[in-house]
Design a protein around this ligand. Sequence first.
Ligand code: 0GY
Length: 275
Amino acid sequence: MLPAGACDAHCHVFGPAGRFPFAPERTYTPVDAPKETLFALHERLGIERCVLVQASCHGKDNSAVLDAIAASEGRCRGVAMVNADIGEAELLALHDGGIRGVRFNFVTHLGEGADPDAVRRIATKIVPLGWHAVVHFDADRLEMLTSILKSLPLTLVIDHMGRVDASQGLDQPAFRMLLDLMQDKRFWVKVCGSERISRAGPPFRDAVPFARTLVERFPERVLWGTDWPHPNIKKHMPDDGALVDLLAEIAPDTEHLHKLLVGNPTRLYWPEETS
Ligand code: 0GY
């Protein structure tokens, strides 16, 4: 059972392609994963709110995310992808549509990484809106990215535990680097993606020590999500119910669990409720 108000802070909608075509520059073409299916999953899992993250297969066209937010009666907010030359009016329209952050991808399998100059320009433009940046990177890029990320003037949320390789243990350089970065209070981390960092396979229990360490050390700056519909998972498509069950081991302390699923996402995505 999840606490009342639980939020899935990382999930996607894809298409339907007939209404929201995929971007020509995409690196993969998913099957349709429409909002109705996502909302039904959330109902089944006991999840009341969610944050829709723009996926690379839709490029910089955030229409599918905005459509889902509009249909959610305030239960969804979103993270967009935008071009560096975006204007203030367009950003304000995204804000009105429920967007509260911008995502930057530095992941090899999703194509060319975000250009650092573009990242800086966008970051400067979104600061006045109170938005944050979501950064998605391969673990071996963290060293190269650290100085760029630290130079940005806003809150940064790291996707999927920095995509470390769970088989390399808690003492691996990439995880130590992630823990170091988290000492800076502007950084948050999502303890989702157990199925991505696991090397042991279902139920992905080898990912738990990483997630639990992050929750215990930084209880105020962690988020969790399903990552439904799990783009680019090839080997072991996770059962979302099993991912929810892992939370009992990731955050066995009820206060930590409440922060992870309710308090923290509310502070970041529905700040008007906490001030
Ligand atoms: C994720 C991970 C992936 C894909 C995307 O934007 C995307 O296409 O997010 C991935 O392929 O690892 O966060 O869902």
